[in-house]
Design a protein around this ligand. Structure first.
Ligand SMILES: CC(C)(COP(=O)(O)OP(=O)(O)OC[C@H]1O[C@@H](n2cnc3c(N)ncnc32)[C@H](O)[C@@H]1OP(=O)(O)O)[C@@H](O)C(=O)NCCC(=O)NCCS
Length: 192
């Protein structure tokens, strides 16, 4: 793996960016979680579940990293044989904005074990400390209680409510808008 990509080891996870050899693992992650993710993600085409799609997507992920417009992380089991979760920091804008959006999911069998908190604490720390973002925004469908609980646990604060915000599972869906500021993150992490 190229050393220019960020990578971390936490208590239970290896966190890094995907490289070409991970394409099959990503394909398997989305294939085995199809029904788990369907209510919370855009409708996927059949092509989404092919190896070719993921090889092309990984190329695109590297291009986005190189032009500093997105950073997509995978969290893996310690032996790196399986993808546990994904977190995508997209639409990164620097200048006077220094902000981005965050999207994430965890494999059904690893849900509810605090692994997502462990993963996002590490990834967010990188985004605030190394990338220097001022704000990370994350939005969720009101019925997605797990996502709301996760964001609250991490310190995200509700900023608003957007009607028909994203086309998820084939329908325009309202979303709760939340964000976490760098200064609040640094304060929380300093307190431990
Ligand atoms: C949203 C998602 C990533 C949350 O992952 P998770 O495994 O529950 O996260 P964690 O185990 O790290 O727990 C996060 C918090 O949720 C809480 N939680 C667990 N089960 C819950 C439940 N059934 N309802 C509400 N909150 C719950 C936990 O208590 C934990 O808070 P705590 O640490 O303060 O106790 C996961 O449910 C998922 O992948 N869902 C499908 C995809 C998705 O919705 N993506 C987000 C779109 S906005």
């Amino acid at each position: 793996m190229s050393s220019k990509f960020p990578q971390f080891v936490t208590n239970r996870l290896v966190i890094r960016m995907a490289v070409a050899r991970d394409a099959e693992l990503l394909r398997q992650y989305y294939l085995r979680n199809q029904s788990h993710l369907a209510p919370w993600e855009p409708t996927r085409s059949d092509a989404y579940y092919t190896l070719r799609w993921w090889l092309l997507r990984i190329d695109q992920i590297h291009t986005e990293f190189n032009d500093a417009s997105a950073i997509n992380f995978i969290a893996m089991t310690p032996d790196q044989s399986e993808i546990v979760a994904v977190a995508n920091f997209s639409n990164i804008i620097q200048g006077v904005f220094k902000s981005c959006y965050l999207g994430y999911s965890i494999s059904k069998e690893y849900e509810g074990q605090g692994l997502m908190v462990e993963f996002l604490q590490c990834a967010l720390d990188f985004m605030y400390t190394n990338v220097g973002l001022n704000r990370v925004m994350a939005n969720y469908i009101p019925e997605n209680e797990r996502s709301g609980a996760l964001l609250q646990r991490l310190g995200f604060e509700r900023e608003g409510y957007a009607r028909k915000y994203l086309k998820i599972a084939g329908c325009w869906q309202d979303h709760v808008l939340t964000a976490l500021l760098q200064e609040d993150w640094l304060y929380r992490t300093a307190r431990g």
